[in-house]
Write a protein that binds this ligand. Structure first.
Ligand code: PAF
Length: 289
């Protein structure tokens, strides 16, 4: 399918376009599906959009590099901005509207003083390494929900902590949309697709495969318990000198807090590492019987 999406950069313009779409679907209210992104799209994003297309009548992809979720010294300035190529890629998967506002449109008075706070889980793992990141992320997701008013909002499982926090926000603040979570898309070698992978030189790219290999090894021995799973993952990741592990933790999917060593049942292993100056994250489900 090749339909060039309409690119809209104002809130008023987007709302008018979605109101029109609503009138066209006179038989009932249309299902509007929002896929929030920061652009630099890859096959993982396109998988989110394909799922959105299956679920809805009107698919909106937002492309906005949200300054609120970058800390001082992080890669806000160098974060890849590839709107033209992103729109071309989105045309292949049938997107109706690309909402690509500037920071001035989203934050006309500078960074908003009002923030959604992510709470305790927002200070752990990625939140410990990137203070304020999840408050900024939830704030923009809340704004996008208010702007687009989607029925469904689609996220990728790769950002597992983000998914947990968005689910929590939707429930805690009674937001209307339901969340749809799409499995991680991986390269042939296992590396989870990420916009940041393009920063890796060849040998870093090869080394980064240790993260997914470690997770797979952990999942394969999870029946032997938390310690066995952690050891299996460490054995592969720690053997890679180019991969500087930040955290490797097994969490309870219900609370996102670390599990006890004798935990049984479903769990999720999260890893984050620096490969060169590129921060990579990944995760996998573990069945701790
Ligand atoms: O996952 C992302 O790309 C961002 O955190 C999101 C959800 C688009 C909010 O800026």
């Amino acid at each position: 399918m090749l339909t060039t999406p309409e690119v809209i950069d104002t809130i008023g313009g987007l709302r008018a376009r979605l109101a029109e779409a609503g009138e066209r679907h006179a038989g009932g209210s249309p299902c509007v599906v929002l896929v929030p992104t920061m652009g630099a799209l890859h096959a993982g994003h396109l998988a989110l959009v394909r799922r959105a297309r299956e679920l809805g009548d009107t698919v909106v992809v937002s492309i906005f590099v949200n300054p609120l979720q970058f800390g001082a010294g992080e890669d806000l300035a160098s974060y890849p901005r590839t709107l033209g190529a992103d729109v071309v890629a989105l045309a292949t998967v049938g997107v109706d509207v690309v909402f690509a506002p500037t920071s001035r449109i989203m934050y006309p008075h500078g960074p908003s003083s009002t923030r959604v706070t992510a709470g305790n889980v927002g200070t752990l793992y990625e939140g410990a390494a990137r203070p304020g990141h999840f408050d900024g992320m939830l704030t923009v997701v809340g704004k996008l929900i208010n702007i687009v008013d989607p029925d469904v909002i689609v996220f990728g499982q790769k950002d597992a902590q983000q998914v947990f926090l968005v689910e929590t926000m939707l429930a805690d603040l009674d937001f209307r949309p339901v969340i749809e979570v799409v499995p991680i898309v991986r390269e042939e070698g296992g590396l989870a697709l990420s916009s940041r992978n393009r920063n890796l030189v060849e040998e870093q790219h090869a080394a980064a495969g240790a993260l997914s290999a470690g997770l797979a090894a952990a999942a394969s021995v999870a029946g032997r318990g938390v310690a066995a799973a952690q050891q299996a993952a460490h054995a592969l990741i720690d053997a890679q000198p180019l991969v500087k592990l930040d955290y490797l933790v097994v969490v309870d999917p219900q609370t996102f807090l670390p599990v006890a060593t004798d935990h049984h049942g479903p769990a999720r292993m999260l890893v984050a590492a620096l490969v060169g100056s590129t921060r990579l994250i990944d995760n996998a489900a573990l069945d701790l019987n």
